[in-house]
Design a protein around this ligand. Sequence first.
Ligand code: UDP
Length: 203
Amino acid sequence: KSRIPLFGIEIDALRMSEAVSQLNTWLHNDRPQATRFVVTPNVDHTVLLQTSGPLRDAYKDADLVLADGWPVVLASRLLGKSLPERVTGSDLIPALFAASENTPPLKAFLLGAAPGVAQRAAINIHQKYPNVEVLSTYSPPLGFENDPAENNNILARIAEVQPDLLVIGLGAPKQEAWIHKYRDQVAAKVAICAGATIDFLAG
Ligand code: UDP
């Protein structure tokens, strides 16, 4: 599959439908040794990439890098290496949920967003996408990323339910740095760094 170098990172030249189908292959096959993870660069990220080493490292190892921002797609066209379309995280997750009608049940864990928000999102998801099971949700406390006990707590909560999909809404660059650091210990097949998507799903 082709990857396009832009802003010092490599972006996958995939349409939304192709991204969904790649994710479904990963989600409905055996558990990989390290969780596969998806990042969705927008213009804010291209700025953060200049200053955040952990974000750059996460981007290098990401299994899918999808162009969230329209300016990212535009830049690719101006440089003559065109990306086929925008694939935003906030569109990708509903598209993946909608596609679950044609797959075995999709088991998900929602990590992040303010307390209570992910539970509301879970109710909406269950109503709209009956084949998606939100097994659990968790909103880590402020400063969790510097607290080893809290990181173990998060990993244990995920391990307890063994989801296929981990939706991570902790904001950039925290969410990317977190999954990159812990992917060997995360008991999910695929993680999507989803920014504020859990908030959107909560309505
Ligand atoms: N968030 C969180 N814990 C944190 C920081 C952020 O749960 O320590 C959540 C926040 O509540 C929101 C989401 O991360 O639901 C995305 O935040 P933001 O819009 O800042 O991120 P971006 O979309 O810019 O990546």
